[in-house]
Design a protein. Structure first.
Length: 465
């Protein structure tokens, strides 16, 4: 199981980034919980669905649950014995019960309850990933430092001799022998043990990582640096930095040009301040990312920019700009990924590809299978290069490479409907309008001529109704 804590200055988009990350994890098949420890909850607002205090399935996104920690309710459940004792102490001094109730709302109670709730959810075994939308910087630091602070005082209090405890209690109440009873002492000891267990869980780098969210502004970057230092001193591992609301490179106007210059200066500070950490860039969108559809699109952009290096292979040199527009980071000529001119190729080629989607087949497929990394998959969906496969079993045996086909007609209808729904929603291609064209039926012969001449690209839709 993995826990990802998103934190940073208020207003930088932590909730949006957390929600997009959770959707991406769920889309990848992980049972994912999105949970907020911020008293000012906004998960329900950004998802556009109702969210309760307990994990609730998010409709429309398989494998995704969401929860907003009910700190007040959990506090009342967990601390009744301790609070009852403190109210009794104050009442014995002549204080009205209403006033005593108000004064026994302990400092840090919300942070304590949030920590305990995170531990409970993590130990439930119901989730593969927990994405936490934390409160702003100050509250998060208090949350993570609280177990050590409470431990320091509680160990001294609980470890004191009974006569010392009785003296302290008598000075507070005016009554001799009124030290905390066994129930209260047990409750305090159990609370301390649970808090230290929660701290150990969140400080374990194999389970938990902190992700700083910031915007490209000098003041925000400066606060993120201080937060990074404080987290490191407390023993919490920061695993990544997400820079939100970067202006796209091609939006115009003098106002935006000057703002973009300021962002470039801030990004220089980010790169200098967080050397060695992955820095993920999220572009500013023209529409506020609220709702599952827009969050899904944001997740695709964010994680493509974070780590997926897309290499496109084409035999059409005039389509390089179009492929770059669609997101290709590198474009290779078709002959660079082909064994057509290699009479006796080696069984294994240098492992280059984490995975491949091939709509050519033939000699291209032969090269891709031989050069895919251990555990990678090659999906074949076209045979324009031929149906013959001059292959070897070595990539499948020694590297565990998978060769995937398309079997729509043999797939159960519920599975097909589920996939169609996802292709229309969270997996919908971002540039669908650029890869599909609609032509009338009478223009189809011209389109076929273009295909035969190798001049066609994308998909052509012919409406028949």
């Amino acid at each position: 199981m993995r826990i990802a804590l998103h934190t940073g200055k208020g207003g930088v988009g932590k909730t949006t980034i957390s929600a997009a990350t959770a959707i991406a994890c769920a889309m990848g098949g992980a049972r994912t919980l999105l949970v907020s420890t911020d008293p000012a909850h906004s998960i329900a607002d950004v998802l556009g669905v109702a969210v309760d205090g307990d994990p609730t399935e998010v409709p429309g996104v398989p494998n995704l649950w969401a929860a907003q920690v009910d700190t007040r309710g959990r506090f009342e459940q967990s601390w009744s014995h301790i609070r009852g004792y403190l109210v009794g102490v104050l009442a014995a001094r002549g204080m009205a019960e209403v006033q005593a109730e108000e004064l026994t709302v302990l400092p840090g109670a919300e942070e304590i309850v949030a920590l305990l709730e995170l531990r409970r959810l993590a130990e439930s075994g119901d989730f593969d990933a927990i994405i936490v939308d934390c409160a702003p910087t100050g509250e998060t630091l208090r949350l993570l430092a609280l177990p050590e602070t409470i431990g320091f005082y509680a160990q001294r209090l609980l470890g004191a001799p009974q006569r010392v405890l009785r003296s302290i209690a008598a000075s507070l109440t005016g009554l001799p022998g009124s030290a905390p009873n066994a129930t209260v002492r047990d409750a305090l000891g159990e609370l301390l043990a649970e808090l230290m267990a929660a701290r150990a869980l969140l400080a374990d780098p194999a389970i938990t990582g902190v992700r700083l969210v910031l915007t490209p502004e000098r003041m925000v970057v400066a606060e993120a640096r201080r937060l990074f230092t404080a987290l490191s001193l407390h023993g919490f591992r920061v695993e990544a930095v997400t820079v939100n609301r970067l202006l796209p490179p091609h939006v115009g106007g003098e106002f935006l040009r000057r703002q973009r210059e300021g962002q470039r200066e801030a990004m220089t500070q980010v790169e200098e301040s967080f050397q060695g950490l992955p820095i993920r860039r999220v572009l500013q969108t023209p529409v506020e990312p609220i709702g599952l559809q827009r969050l899904s699109e944001m997740a695709v952009d964010m994680f493509a920019a974070a780590g997926y290096h897309v290499v496109a292979v084409t035999g059409k040199a005039d389509q390089r700009d179009w492929l770059t527009h669609l997101g290709a980071a590198e474009i290779l000529p078709r002959e660079a990924v082909s064994l057509a001119d290699t009479p006796n190729p080696r069984p294994l080629l240098p492992a280059k590809w984490a995975g491949a989607l091939d709509n050519v087949g033939g000699a291209t497929l032969e090269a891709l299978v031989r050069s895919t990394q251990t555990g990678g998959n090659v999906a074949l969906c076209g045979l324009v290069g031929g149906a013959d496969y001059r292959g070897t079993v070595m990539p499948f045996i020694l590297r565990g490479v998978g060769l995937l086909g398309i079997t729509s007609s043999n797939t159960a209808m519920p599975v097909r409907q589920h996939l169609w729904q996802r292709l229309a929603t969270d997996l919908r291609p971002r540039h669908l309008a650029d890869v599909a064209r609609t032509v009338p039926l009478e223009a189809l012969p011209d389109e076929i001529d273009r295909m035969l001449a190798g001049q066609a690209f994308g998909r052509v839709v012919v409406p028949l109704a």
